[in-house]
Write a protein of this length. Structure first.
Lengths: 485, 485
């Protein structure tokens, strides 16, 4: 019991805090009288009470957390909060199964954006706010996770980013450091979200839609209050705003924070990922525009550029909005976009995938091996920026990539063995693991994940968590070694 | 020119020797009076003269080859010989394009076994013999490549195998070492081929078919003299014989040699790959048989077991025979077989793909990283066969595996962009990079590669070459460092 108790103690506090999250949809529900307010009442009560009970039960085990407890805490938070998040959904929609509700909540909190619900336009507004608020809270969690927690746990070479975190973090205790880092970054995150809400509102959305979509964009989630996603608005201005903020959210929040603190754009120049981020995106957008024109799917250049840039940015940053059913494009285009989603997002962003820094490291490592073939005795170092990367970290990154690819292969096999077609299985798994949202085939942008059976839905939920917690965090907890003394 | 000329000199010699192999089909043509006799006359003459000329021209720059020249030589041999090998096809069938002919001969010499030809049953026997002979010669080349050359060049962690080579190998010159190793292993290879021929004859094939199929089985090439491949014979006995010899060919020939010299099976016990190969294949055969049987493809389990065993072993070992159209099985089964083709074959075999030893190493490295999450300071060596593997080799293997995956992704995207459907594109790339042979859908066991356009054919030809030369041999030629100094 001893390894669990202190973790449960922290979890109970998180739960109590989390119950406050239902206040926003409750207020909106009461304000608009949309009839869903009872659902939030009960959700608040249940969540808060379970928090209190757990707190009382685990009070005795209270102690300073060790690094190892970090794994368990992260996994428990990310699996248990979705359970409580399902409460309003289950209460308001009694015919929704727990499997589907849990999928929706995991998709929300991991900022994936895959949905099993349709008829979004006729849902009570507060429910839609809740769905994207999960994104936003998840995004807050992700920022702390990627900037403070994972580097400390040393997941997949994340130590590499230690130097880049904005606060002094020589001390090794979990809590104070997380708190310090978190405050700074959350401030930036909240600030940009407010700007995004205002921009969307000025761009022509209603204030409710503006909140919903700003939550979704900043966390790179991708749920919308409309079945047609951003296509509902059919507004170039709004699309440009969304693209802009999706790009901002795809960049490391540490960099934003530095720029904010120094009141200068210099921070962006020193961010090694940004050049590649914009370079690859820019080239892909141009390439896909030409490809779509060449294949005759769009007739004039501005039109093709508009859809190509919106969807490339949306899918690649792992946001997942769409304005049109890109599933009908020649497969190369959407697959290329999904491919980008696996590595475009920066390491300190709310996006998913392997992250640009790891992709750069992989590229440099392969190049190094080539040079080593020609000069077997030369000492060639892998560098990121001007800093040589210690071999241990390169190892960890390569092992991470291997686990990433292996997970995609294994889960695609599981889905296809359960009866899904290969294309759907593969793209669904990629979209889940990268926390993108829509896949292709049966789970494309024009349809939902409701077509999956229960087993497949659970596999997808697991895949989302696996991707969000960067594989090792979740897998370590599942090994027997972890539980041995 | 200083770099190229000495290599061309050796290449000339290789082509010269290669021209004599055309005498075998020539004699066959004379003996059975088939229509392709004049094709071999001319091809023999052209190849002989070309080889001689090259040898003569390069003689002035003659010098001992260095390790670095090895990259270039290997690439030139594997691209040059198929070019000359196309001559009989082009002369006999003028309507065949060079693209298709080159694909066919490259497929043969890389022991892929993908074909663009149909109507094999009515082809002159001498041409069929030529195709299979190319398979067999390719297999000879591969054994030397895998056991002597690649370890010497240090491709993708191949140094790992250096210690296992038979014979004195301490000296660093390229030629004597290759010659030593080659002779011993070729003797093994030839002996097994003779055994296989006899076994196939006894099992009911004609002498001609027995020779051809023995060539294709031992080289894990997979060409057949019949459009229906091994399905033509419809004989469980023949299938059983082929399964045994395919599995033998998928094991390390060095191990065969050691076992032969020691007159004991102990060598197989000490080979760290044997257990992996046999375990994976047997478990998969049983599992997939059950799956296919459950899915109702075959009414009886034993029938399912027969067909699954043969086709699964054939694809997993990268041979590529087919006894039935496994494309019609539920998609999970053929996808799993293609997956096996990536990982199953041993490092010193004639098979393709990553090789079992790299699979094992990657798996162990993944486990090590998981353990390292929990014990960051512990020294955890990766062990293969009781020995700790140096970190540098783990690095090289990781980079190789990542490059392999990146190549598959890139080639699949190229084929998709050129208009192929997803499953065909993906499976064709997998089948070609692993040198397995048939893919799925359009390029499935019941079809062939003739339906592809010229561009796609060249892409796949390049993919076969990349897979066979283990990527780095080719990629290193694109670095500036290779050509400098």
């Amino acid at each position: 019991m001893s390894p669990i108790l202190p973790v449960v103690h922290i979890l109970s506090k998180v739960l109590m805090l989390f119950s406050a999250a239902f206040l926003l949809p409750l207020a909106i529900s009461l304000g608009l009288g949309d009839g869903a307010h009872l659902a939030y009442d009960e959700a608040i009560a249940t969540t808060f009470l379970s928090g209190v009970v757990l707190w009382l039960l685990s009070r005795r085990g209270k102690r300073e957390l060790h690094t190892r407890d970090g794994f368990l805490l992260v996994v428990m938070i990310w699996t248990i909060l979705p359970v409580y998040s399902t409460i309003p959904l289950l209460l308001h929609m009694p015919d929704l199964s727990f499997t589907d509700a849990y999928f929706e909540a995991v998709s929300g909190l991991t900022a994936t954006g895959a949905t099993v619900l349709s008829g979004l336009d006729s849902l009570p507004p507060s429910i839609n706010v809740w769905r994207t608020q999960m994104h936003w809270i998840g995004g807050m969690g992700v920022i702390v996770l990627v900037v403070a927690v994972l580097p400390m746990l040393g997941v997949g070479g994340r130590q590499l980013f230690k130097a880049e975190t904005p606060t002094p973090m020589k001390d090794s205790k979990l809590t104070p450091r997380m708190a310090e880092t978190a405050k700074g970054l959350w401030l930036v995150y909240a600030l940009i979200t407010v700007i995004c809400i205002l921009a969307l509102w000025v761009g022509g959305m209603g204030w409710l839609d503006a909140i919903v979509h700003a939550f979704s964009v900043m966390s790179l989630g991708g749920m919308s209050s409309h079945d047609a996603s951003m296509g509902y608005f059919d507004s170039l201005t709004l699309e440009i705003i969304v693209m802009l903020f999706a790009l901002i959210a795809g960049i490391s929040f540490s960099t934003h924070f530095m720029a904010f603190r120094m009141r200068s754009l210099l921070a962006y120049r020193f961010d090694t990922e940004i050049r590649w981020f914009f370079g690859v995106l820019g080239a892909s957008i141009l390439g896909l525009t030409v490809y779509l024109l060449y294949k005759g799917y769009y007739l004039d250049f501005p039109e093709a550029l508009r859809v190509a840039s919106f969807h490339t940015i949306s899918v690649a940053t792992t946001l997942g909005f769409s304005t049109t059913d890109y599933n009908v494009w020649p497969y190369f285009a959407p697959l290329w976009m999904l491919f980008l989603s696996s590595f475009i997002a920066s390491s300190g962003s709310t996006g998913g995938g392997i992250k640009m820094l790891r992709a750069m490291l992989l590229y440099k490592q392969v190049y190094r091996e080539l040079i080593k073939l020609v000069h077997p005795n030369a000492a060639v170092h892998t560098k990121i920026g001007a800093q040589p990367v210690p071999p241990k970290i390169t190892y960890a990154v390569l092992a991470f990539l291997f686990i990433y690819v292996a997970s995609i292969i294994i889960m695609s096999f599981i889905l296809s063995a359960s009866g899904l077609d290969v294309f759907t299985s593969f793209t669904a798994v990629v979209a889940m693991v990268n926390n993108t949202g829509p896949g292709l085939g049966q789970v494309g942008p024009a349809s939902t994940y409701a077509v999956l059976n229960d087993f497949q839905t659970w596999v997808c939920s697991f895949a989302m968590l696996l991707g969000r917690l960067e594989f090792f965090t979740l897998l370590v907890v599942l090994t027997p070694v972890f539980w041995r003394k | 020119m200083r770099r190229l000329a000495p290599v061309l000199h050796v290449l000339g010699l290789v082509i010269l020797i290669f021209s004599f192999t055309m005498l075998a089909p020539l004699l066959t043509a004379l003996f059975v009076h088939d229509a392709a006799q004049y094709a071999f006359d001319e091809s023999f003459a052209v190849t002989l003269v070309a080889g001689f000329a090259l040898w003569l021209v390069g003689r002035r720059w003659r010098r001992e080859l260095k390790v670095r020249d090895g990259f270039l030589l290997v690439l030139l041999v594997w691209t040059g010989l198929p070019a000359f090998a196309t001559l009989p096809f082009l002369i006999y069938a003028p309507e065949m394009s060079f693209t298709d002919a080159y694909f066919e001969t490259l497929s043969a010499m890389t022991t892929t076994g993908a074909t663009v030809m149909s109507g094999l049953d009515t082809l002159p026997p001498s041409l069929n013999l030529w195709r299979h002979l190319l398979n067999w010669l390719g297999g000879m080349g591969i054994i030397v490549l895998a056991v002597a050359i690649l370890p010497l060049l240090g491709i993708g962690g191949r140094q790992l195998l250096k210690a296992e080579l038979p014979g004195p190998i301490k000296d660093s010159k390229l030629t004597p070492r290759i010659a030593d190793t080659a002779k011993l292993l070729w003797a093994m290879y030839a002996a097994l081929t003779v055994l296989c021929t006899l076994a196939l004859k006894l099992a009911g094939m004609s002498w001609f078919d027995a020779v051809c199929h023995a060539f294709a089985a031992l080289s894990l090439g997979g060409f057949s003299t019949h459009d229906a491949s091994v399905g033509y014979f419809d004989s469980p006995l023949i299938e059983a014989v082929l399964i045994v010899f395919m599995l033998l060919a998928a094991l390390n020939f060095v191990t065969h040699f050691l076992a032969f010299r020691q007159r004991s099976l102990a060598a197989y016990r000490y080979d760290p790959e044997v257990r992996g190969v046999l375990g994976l294949v047997i478990a998969s055969c049983l599992g997939i048989s059950l799956y296919v049987w459950q899915a109702g493809v075959y009414p009886e389990f034993l029938t399912a077991l027969r067909h699954v065993s043969f086709n699964l072993v054939s694809i997993a070992t990268d041979c590529g025979f087919a006894s039935t159209d496994f494309n019609t099985w539920p998609i999970f089964a053929p996808m799993w077989m293609l997956f096996l083709s990536c990982v199953t074959a041993s490092s010193g075999s004639t098979g393709g793909g990553l090789k079992m030893i790299r699979t094992v190493l990657m798996f162990r490295q993944g486990v090590r990283e998981l353990e390292r999450q929990l014990h960051p300071a512990a020294r955890l060596p990766v062990k293969i066969g009781g020995h700790a593997v140096p970190n540098q080799i783990v690095f090289a293997v990781q980079a190789f595996v990542m490059m392999y995956i990146a190549t598959i992704v890139a080639m699949t995207l190229v084929l998709l962009a050129s208009g192929l459907d997803f499953v065909s594109a993906f499976s064709a790339v997998i089948a070609c990079i692993n040198n397995a042979g048939p893919g799925l859908n359009e390029v499935g066991p019941a079809g062939n590669y003739a339906g592809l356009n010229d561009f796609q054919t060249w892409v796949l030809a390049f993919t076969m070459l990349l897979g066979r030369l283990e990527l780095f041999t080719v990629f290193v030629l694109f670095t500036r460092a290779f050509w400098r100094g």
